[in-house]
Design a protein around this ligand. Structure first.
Ligand SMILES: [Zn+2]
Length: 393
């Protein structure tokens, strides 16, 4: 196990109904909030109005920017930050799914450090501008998925270049407060619930699969998060207002990226960057759906590169017999996830997810452009092999 430091300064307020604390908490962050949210759902469910009311009850003014789209765009963030500057907002609230929460982090940068958000994104071909001051951020997830509420990362898409890239900055981008109220997730439709669940699983699986083999506790925490997601997925998809299931899935989302499960191991993130390349091109595909379409093919590839981890996963998650042949264990694992993904109503390959075969090379090129080929994959031929396999050929 590698040496590590955990410093997660986010005040996480967790539980059914804790939204009621948001006004009180906001008062400690500033006088006028810029609320960043999506176009529809937080208005339809009434949660946006409730947040505004709770702020008002605590003498906190607010302005709303509600033009954030899925796979949030850098120009939306810039537009929101300009509104915040014009309106003299002194802190930011991200209300919604991962897109609204990540956008709020981006807005907090531009609001205080100026410029355009894309300036702060590093690519192999361009250096990032250094982030100066950042406005305080409160996050209120209405969907269990990205874990943005407990981490210092955010992902943005540049519409013009079709590049989707992350900003990761532990010194600047942790939210100050996250209000994680699972009751806000009961209205999330089945598809988005399922996409959130597979995303949570992937947040712990990336480093589990490729990191050091001697992190017993981290492995068990990872497997616990995966099993919690799998077991509660069935319940919540049958009964969307299942309080226990929703609560456990929300906690899985928040814990997955709080720093502890992935501590002490230096695995590489592979499915996420591939997914970013896909949804940078296909804006209509959601993050979780992109992940679901790549995961089984990636597991088959890893069965050859990291057989121990795939084997462990097959045994501990899918109850495979440990004396089974290695290739069969890989198949148990890949098939196990394929079946789980279709059982929650998502496509388990790229073709069904809506990706065209003719775009596979472009996806590979975008990945190379934005983050380079992950070491474990090695070269473009191997990457194309995974993409073709994920396409279903
Ligand atoms: Zn993710």
């Amino acid at each position: 196990m590698k040496e590590f430091i955990i410093y997660n300064p986010v005040k996480i307020i967790f539980g059914w109904g804790v939204l009621e604390n948001c006004g009180k908490e906001a008062k400690n962050l500033g006088k006028k909030a810029l609320i960043i949210t999506g176009k529809n759902s937080t208005k339809k469910t009434g949660v946006l109005d409730r947040v505004i009311e709770l702020l008002k009850n605590n003498d906190v003014q607010s302005v709303v920017y509600s033009n954030i789209t899925p796979n949030p765009k850098t120009d939306e963030v810039d537009e929101a930050a300009n509104l915040g500057i014009k309106e003299n907002c002194d802190f930011v609230i991200g209300l919604g799914g991962g897109s609204a929460m990540d956008a709020a982090k981006g807005v907090a940068i531009v609001l205080k450090s100026g410029g355009n958000l894309w300036d702060y994104v590093a690519l192999p071909s361009k250096k990032a501008k250094q982030i100066g001051e950042v406005a305080s951020v409160m996050l209120i997830p209405t969907l269990a998925a990205t874990g943005s509420e407990s981490n210092p990362a955010a992902v943005f898409t540049n519409k013009e270049t079709q590049q989707k890239a992350a900003i990761y900055n532990p010194a600047k981008l942790y939210p100050k407060v996250s209000i994680v109220d699972p009751s806000l997730t009961v209205t999330v439709p089945k598809r988005q619930t399922a996409e959130g669940i597979i995303d949570i699983i992937m947040h712990v699986l990336e480093e589990y699969l490729t990191g050091e083999n001697d992190c017993d506790l981290q492995d068990r925490i990872t497997e616990g998060i995966i099993l919690t997601c799998i077991e509660n997925a069935e319940k919540v998809l049958q009964k969307p207002d299942d309080k226990n299931a929703r609560t456990n899935i929300s906690l899985a989302s928040t814990i997955a990226l709080c720093g502890l499960p992935n501590s002490g191991r230096s695995g590489s993130w592979v499915v996420h960057p591939i997914e970013h390349a896909i949804t940078g091109i296909y804006d209509n595909i959601a993050h979780g759906s992109g992940i679901a379409a790549v995961l089984p093919a990636y597991l088959r590839f890893l069965g050859r590169k990291k057989p121990d981890k795939v084997k462990q996963l097959a045994i501990r998650i899918f109850d495979a017999d440990e004396y089974t042949d290695e290739e069969e264990l890989t198949e148990v694992c890949a098939k196990g996830f394929e079946d789980f993904i279709s059982s929650i109503g998502l496509a388990n390959d790229l073709k069904d997810a809506g990706v065209e075969k003719a775009k596979l090379t472009k996806i590979a090129d975008k990945l190379i452009e934005v983050s380079g080929i992950p070491d474990i994959i090695g070269n473009k031929d191997a990457l194309m092999g995974i993409l073709k396999d994920a396409f279903g050929e």
